[in-house]
Design a binder for this molecule. Structure first.
Ligand SMILES: NC(=O)c1ccc[n+]([C@@H]2O[C@H](COP(=O)([O-])OP(=O)(O)OC[C@H]3O[C@@H](n4cnc5c(N)ncnc54)[C@H](O)[C@@H]3O)[C@@H](O)[C@H]2O)c1
Length: 370
């Protein structure tokens, strides 16, 4: 089967590479982290992503290296790029990792046959057009193909997507990307093919909509509780309306994690870049904060400062070890700073991260799997 390159085989890129490899593609993965590459080569990598260790152990067609030239093999036409795009203080994304990969690519000879770079990393609207303009004169096209996945279930989310979003450089490349997904997707996804910029907007807009739904559910839940009602009854009935649907409409902690909040902020920044405002995106962040205040006040009313408050599970969602913007943890921090004694219970990987940052703000208890 065809040879495919993947640059940046971290959480997203490695799962993608393994899914491709599993259906028989010859996958060439490059990552700048030498120790990490070594652990993949020796198949000793430990991962908390479901299926990754097993797929890696079973893999036959995955070659990895720290050397970019591995993916510039003349037989490789498609190169997926999954390097980080951290958020900048103004809410936009830092594209410098992608730019650096492209700078490196341009140090090699121009390819005889046009190669196609496919950006999987989350980027700002307009970025892939400008990258295409830069790279196309050197024999590379640029397409955008973001993924809708959640930490902990990346392999399965890639195998069973609702849709595959393709911001294509042209029809032919779009067909090639679609054909690859058809080989390993076990769902029957909608192939949403469009321009690069449309796909960039779609990716951010979907996550912005999800934050809106979560913030709405929590706001209506808080309001129902204050009126003496049961929030779950109300939200279940709202979700039963087919125009709305039940997903992401449960009452709980606010949204957090490494994707939704930052994509929501980036959407707002994308509006500013064209002199528009996006009050929905601002309102959801404000509602998320107000919901946390509501939860904090509920604790204040139920507990005296002599009692200990216990939080079990501090990550932004269950089955993850990620604490980035976790609203559970933020709430625990608020309460501890107010003078409550707060006991945090979680697995060692999670407690170690929190203890490094917050030291003796909390009391800690390590939970074991058994
Ligand atoms: N992980 C997710 O759930 C998820 C979901 C949606 C979108 N994304 C997007 O995917 C992108 C990657 O996310 P991730 O979670 O996989 O990040 P990650 O940090 O786990 O992986 C990125 C990898 O890129 C490597 N890298 C950095 N610079 C490199 C270079 N010059 N050459 C080769 N390799 C290089 C790093 O060593 C790392 O292994 C981000 O833009 C993120 O927003 C991730």
């Amino acid at each position: 089967m065809a040879k495919i390159g993947v640059v940046g085989i971290g959480r997203l890129g490695l799962c993608f590479a393994l899914n491709l490899e599993r259906v028989g593609f010859d996958v060439f993965g490059v990552d700048s982290n030498a120790d990490y590459i070594q652990s993949i080569q020796s198949k000793t990598l430990t991962s908390n992503e479901a299926h990754v260790e097993y797929f890696l152990r079973e893999s036959e067609y995955l070659s990895v290296s720290t050397e970019l030239k591995l993916v510039l093999d003349p037989d490789i036409q498609l190169i997926f790029i999954c390097v980080p795009t951290p958020s900048k203080p103004d809410g936009s994304f830092d594209h410098s990792y992608i730019d650096k990969v492209c700078d490196e690519i341009l140090k090699f000879d121009r390819p005889e046959k046009e190669k196609h770079l496919i950006i999987n990393s989350t980027v700002m609207p307009g970025y892939c057009d400008s990258l295409h303009e830069r790279m196309n004169q050197h024999g590379y096209s640029v397409s955008y193909n973001p993924e809708f996945i959640a930490q902990g279930t990346i392999i399965e989310d890639q195998q069973f997507p609702d849709q595959v979003l393709i911001g294509q450089a042209n029809e032919e490349v779009g067909n090639e990307i679609e054909a690859i997904y058809r080989c390993f997707c076990q769902s029957e996804p909608r192939f949403s093919r469009m321009s690069r910029t449309e796909a960039e907007i779609t990716k951010l807009a979907i996550n912005c909509f999800l934050t809106t739904k979560i913030a709405f559910a929590n706001s209506i839940g808080d309001l129902t509780i204050e009126h003496g009602g049961n929030q779950d009854n109300v939200l279940a009935a709202i979700g039963a309306d087919a125009r709305i649907g039940p997903n992401f409409l449960a009452y709980g902690f606010g949204y957090g994690g490494p994707c939704l909040p930052r994509d929501n902020r980036a959407m707002r920044k994308a509006a500013k870049q064209v002199n528009l405002e996006l009050p929905i995106s601002e309102a959801t962040d404000r509602a998320n904060g107000l919901h946390r205040d509501f939860q904090r006040e509920a604790f204040e009313q139920s507990y005296s400062k002599e009692e200990q408050i216990v939080f079990s599970g501090l990550t932004y969602k269950p089955d993850s070890d990620i604490i980035v913007e976790s609203q559970r943890l933020e709430l625990a921090i608020d309460l501890a700073r107010e003078g409550y004694s707060v006991l945090l219970k979680d697995r060692v990987e999670v407690i170690d991260q929190i203890r490094t940052i917050h030291q003796d703000l909390f009391v800690y208890e390590i939970l074991t799997d058994d």
